[in-house]
Design a protein around this ligand. Structure first.
Ligand code: CA
Length: 533
């Protein structure tokens, strides 16, 4: 009689189990995904980028909005991967940030300084380099770089800003039309449509290659139109307000300088109320007749925030659809999923809306990354990362070479918890589109872990779309450790003078290193000579 010991029984059970599991995963089997994806050396990459999504409007960052407007699906990426706390944009506006992400270069190198500049699609950018690395590549949704996408095996992109409802999309193979022209109507809400088209491409992709998909949303960019299903979201709720909506401390230019420092004497077209009451607000204009200034601002903030957060709700749902697709198709393990936004957004802080400023809310980009096969869940990263670092990082993950002309640096090892000892400790920022649209002067500055110094030079410098009006130059300096909300411009305070002097020196070194030396703008050099000290 054949009789097994308990040990032998266990071995037999394991053998049986192994045959069962691996048998199910044999290449001939329908559920072969798990094994196949791990055999693929290069990871798949899905880069989901929305437009103007503030860190404050993503619940895992724990802002005042976290409870009322949760984003469980975006949060899930961070919980299963890495939550990035210090990711910054180099020029806080749509078109330039997108160009910086693709080229790994600042505006002064890639040539896209403002919304009006065309992207040089003959450049050797991320899409082309991923293609060369053996990837099947696609971009779906917002493009906003004017010229035809190159480096993508497939594209289907919005003309210009695109529409929220029944948007047009311009597909590869159809006759390309410049910038905001052309396209075919797709029925539905834009965030759903972009996800539908992204998933459709994933379904039909060349499965013999790893894939790189850039799925770019229009939302939550203004002017906001939410999906019908979110019409009543927040209906009876009060959206928590930032303290600086009414009380601004000494934020902005110092007293006596042009444009004033208090909210009431500041350039009025920069504030919340102006935005919400201006003509063409798609979800209806609020009636503020007979109200006090405070009441008007309160109402404007509530209206702005609710419209904004309703468009965010659809973004989060659609991020969930992508994650579900990866799960259902056994692709989750070996696919890097990134969620970010082209820059941040001011949501009533200092009574501001929009972006462009070097202030934290607009300078900061949200970023969460998941890569289950290689990166442990629940990681947090505080390294100073810039949008020009995205391309080098993705290329390193793809095992491709990073061109030396890229100014960014890969943060792949940072994601594994090992930050290079010479990682950057400061960053350079510049906004070029002087006074255009929302009356924000041209400025540049430096941010370290603890401080921020900004020079508002206020010149158009012949930039496309900049207004010709010259504004008074001024400086701002913030002690971020003690004043994270940037309520007090301490530029003239005695005890900071040594630090300010050092930051100015470092700012000039950065400008030199990054090839942005102002030499081609004599009017700026002249102004620098007068106002630098
Ligand atoms: Ca944007």
């Amino acid at each position: 009689l054949f009789k097994m010991t308990r040990y032998q029984q266990r071995i037999a059970a394991l053998v049986f189990l192994s045959v069962f599991i691996f048998g199910c995963n044999s290449p001939s089997n329908k559920n072969s995904g798990v094994k196949e994806e791990l055999n693929q050396k290069q990871p798949n990459i899905i880069f989901i980028m929305s437009d103007d999504h503030a860190k404050n409007a993503i619940s895992i960052y724990g802002s005042r909005l976290a409870e009322i407007a949760p984003t469980p699906n975006i949060d899930r990426i961070a919980k299963e991967g890495v939550l990035m706390h210090n990711v910054f944009v180099t020029n806080s506006i749509c078109t330039p940030s997108r160009a910086a992400i693709l080229t790994g270069q600042y505006s002064q190198l890639n040539g896209v300084y403002t919304l009006k500049d065309d992207f040089d699609n003959s450049s050797n950018h991320l899409g082309k380099l991923m293609q060369k690395a053996g990837y099947s590549t696609a971009v779906v949704g917002k493009w906003h770089l004017h010229t035809e996408p190159t480096g993508f095996d497939y594209y289907n992109v919005l003309p210009g800003q695109g529409l929220y409802n029944n948007p047009k999309l311009k597909e590869i193979g159809k006759q390309w039309k410049y910038h905001n022209k052309g396209g075919k109507v797709y029925k539905g809400y834009v965030t759903d449509v972009i996800t539908d088209e992204s998933i459709k491409w994933l379904e039909n992709r060349d499965k013999s290659k790893p894939f790189f998909l850039m799925s770019h949303h229009k939302a939550p960019h203004g002017l906001w139109e939410f999906a019908k299903r979110h019409e009543h979201l927040f209906a009876d709720k009060e959206i928590p307000e930032p303290n600086s909506l009414y009380e601004n401390g000494n934020h902005g230019p110092l007293k006596g300088e042009r444009y004033g420092s208090s909210i009431s004497d500041r350039y009025p077209k920069r504030n919340m109320l102006h935005q919400v009451t201006r003509e063409g607000w798609p979800t209806g204009i609020i009636d503020t007749l007979g109200m006090t200034k405070r009441e008007k601002t309160h109402l404007a903030y509530q209206k702005y925030s609710k419209d904004y957060l309703r468009t965010v709700a659809a973004i989060d749902e659609n991020v969930g659809r992508i994650l579900d697709y990866l799960d259902d198709n056994h692709l989750a393990e070996n696919t890097i999923v990134i969620y970010t936004s082209d820059q941040g957004q001011l949501l009533g802080e200092h009574d501001y809306f929009d972006k462009r400023w070097m202030y934290e809310e607009s300078l900061s980009m949200p970023m969460v990354i998941r890569y289950p096969a290689k990166i442990n869940p629940k990681q947090v990263n505080n390294d100073m990362v810039l949008n020009i670092d995205f391309a080098p990082t993705l290329l390193e993950f793809a095992e491709a070479e990073v061109p030396s002309k890229m100014q960014g640096r890969s943060f792949k090892s940072n994601l594994f918890g090992s930050t290079p000892t010479d990682w950057r400790t400061s960053m350079y920022y510049r906004y070029w589109m002087h006074m255009a649209h929302h009356y924000i002067p041209g400025h540049y500055g430096i941010r370290t872990k603890d401080y921020k110094l900004i020079f508002f030079y206020g010149l158009p410098l012949n930039q496309n779309g900049a207004l010709s009006e010259i504004t008074e130059p001024y400086w701002e300096f913030y002690d971020l450790k003690n004043d994270p909300k940037e309520m007090n411009n301490l530029y003239t305070v005695e005890k900071y003078q040594q630090i300010i002097k050092e930051l100015k020196a470092e700012l000039l070194v950065k400008k030199q290193e990054l090839k942005d030396t102002d030499e081609s703008y004599p009017e700026l050099i002249e102004l620098r000579n007068k106002f630098w000290n």
